[in-house]
Design a binder for this molecule. Structure first.
Ligand code: D5M
Ligand code: FE
Ligand code: ZN
Length: 471
């Protein structure tokens, strides 16, 4: 049951006060997604949210049928949310929003001094203090310490994480552009902070995931790559033959729907369909084999026809011909509610960047990178490498609210994790090993789907590939 304090806190986070009647209503409904929907729909400039702001509730559903009617709501990432174009100068407000919102989360545990005051004033010299900043640069010194340049809206400072001191292990995983808090002692000249602790925004320890109060299951998959010569037709057919018996009301597809055209050099040699419209037509056929009672949520990835920068817009109308009405096209990322259980879908291009920068990370353990995302409360912390970002005034890649389930794809290997109550799922793919993956030694785990019970949040991995293909 949602607590009054939790409700009031959530509205305060959104800079809103809330009328007691709305609090009672939300407690009674016990539906966190409804709360998020109210917050996102109140008109700009609203100070107090009152009962008039509650959107019309959906008609009561009866859960007695074999396949309960899907109760799907797209909280964020509806088709048409993101503007098509952004300008380079928009990066300033974009990173400002990222800093402001993540530092707000960190402020519950830290009492930071503005960096400018720290550097200018003499009163903090050799004193213990806290700061919150965005990582401008991070490197390892000759002696093996970690040296970080941190920036806040007032200035910047260098922070040293000494090998063997607290916080060093966390500092080894520092990524450019992430927002962190740190506590330490300021040097005599005020130009260097000797860190003793690194604090990430993270999932609150008290996070209690919501569970559905009626039966329901969701099937999570990604990386179909329709049109590729390595698409595994037989595994897919076995999967869709099984679906009607699964009892699942939802199928979520987390990007790389088709293989695309011109995504990598000489790709045409590995395509069976070389027309992008035809690739989506094939996808529509694959979807037609899914029971009509299931709600299908379709989110794009880096092989799809939309712009590569994230948030990626939904698959445009002109490619949606032939899809049945149970197909819902959303952006990447997108936040859904399935019977109140919130699922954050993100294709996962940033996993490439993180694996490249985090020591010991591996393509065979994508679930560890999902934990890295949750700790940073951000889906794609690093800007300027493999993950292109679209600068919008609000950073849509922030993880806020904390979902019940984080669903990713992209790396073609399956991995499941549970971190502070959040279930992380990377299901795998429906494509065999490509020439490229062979070169870089990536062994995919094709033909797997993950079924999540919405009442317990327990996952189950099902394999539809050949045993020889599923390692
Ligand atoms: O990505 C499938 C997998 O292949 C994923 O683990 C990333 C990896 N990949 C894809 N392209 C590259 C490049 N250019 N360098 C290194 N690794 C890569 P997919 O998005 O399906 O192509
Ligand atoms: Fe893929
Ligand atoms: Zn991908």
């Amino acid at each position: 049951m949602l607590g009054a304090g939790e409700i009031v806190g959530r509205f305060l986070d959104a800079k809103l006060q809330v009328h007691p009647d709305v609090v009672s209503y939300l407690r009674e409904k016990n539906d966190p997604a409804l709360m998020d929907r109210i917050i996102s729909s109140v008109p700009q400039g609203t100070l107090v949210v009152n009962p008039a702001h509650i959107p019309g509730t959906s008609p009561a559903k009866d859960g007695e049928r074999f396949l309960p009617e899907p109760d799907l709501e797209i909280i964020a990432g509806k088709s048409g949310t993101s503007p098509e174009k952004n300008r380079f100068e928009d990066f300033f407000p974009y990173f400002r929003d990222r800093y402001t919102r993540l530092s707000e989360i960190l402020r519950s545990r830290l009492n930071p001094v503005p960096i400018e005051a720290l550097v200018r004033s003499t009163r903090y010299r050799q004193e213990e203090c806290m700061i919150i900043g965005m990582v401008l640069d991070v490197r390892t010194t000759a002696k093996g310490h970690r040296l970080v340049d941190l920036e806040d809206p007032t200035g910047q400072i260098s922070v040293l994480f000494n090998r063997g001191r607290p916080g060093f292990a966390d500092a080894e995983r520092l990524l450019p552009d992430e927002v962190i808090g740190t506590r330490g002692k300021l040097s005599q000249d005020g130009r260097l902070l000797f860190a003793e602790q690194l604090v990430r925004p993270d999932v609150p320890l008290t996070h209690a995931p919501f569970t559905s109060n009626r039966p329901g299951k969701a099937v999570l998959i990604s990386d179909i790559h329709a049109g590729s010569s390595t698409f595994l037709r037989e595994a897919w057919d076995r999967f869709t033959d099984w679906l009607p018996s699964s009892g699942a009301g939802y199928l979520l597809i987390c990007g790389d729907l088709v293989d695309g055209i011109g995504i990598y050099p000489n790709q045409e040699e590995e395509l069976t369909i070389r027309d992008i419209y035809e690739q989506y037509r094939m996808l529509a056929e694959l979807m037609a084999a899914v029971p009509k009672e299931m709600a299908i949520v379709i989110s794009p990835g880096n092989h799809d026809v939309v712009r590569p920068s994230e948030p990626q817009v939904a698959i445009p109308e002109e490619f949606r011909k032939g899809f049945t009405p149970n197909c819902h096209f959303v952006e990447n990322p997108a936040l859904l509610s399935l019977q109140g259980v919130r699922v954050l879908m993100y294709h996962g291009r940033s996993i490439d960047d993180m694996i490249g920068l985090i020591p010991m990370a591996s393509y065979s353990r994508p679930e560890e990178m999902m934990v890295e995302m949750l700790e940073r409360r951000h889906l794609a912390p690093v800007y300027g490498r493999r993950t292109p970002l679209s600068p919008e005034p609000r950073d849509r890649l922030l993880i806020d609210p904390v979902p019940e389930i984080l669903h990713t794809g992209h790396v073609h290997t399956s991995g499941i994790t549970r971190y502070r109550g959040v279930l992380g799922v990377n299901a795998g793919c429906w494509q065999g090993q490509t020439r490229f993956q062979k070169q870089v030694n990536i062994t995919p785990t094709p033909g797997r789907a993950v079924v999540v019970d919405l009442q317990t949040l327990e996952p189950e991995v099902l394999s539809f590939g050949n045993t020889s293909q599923t390692a």
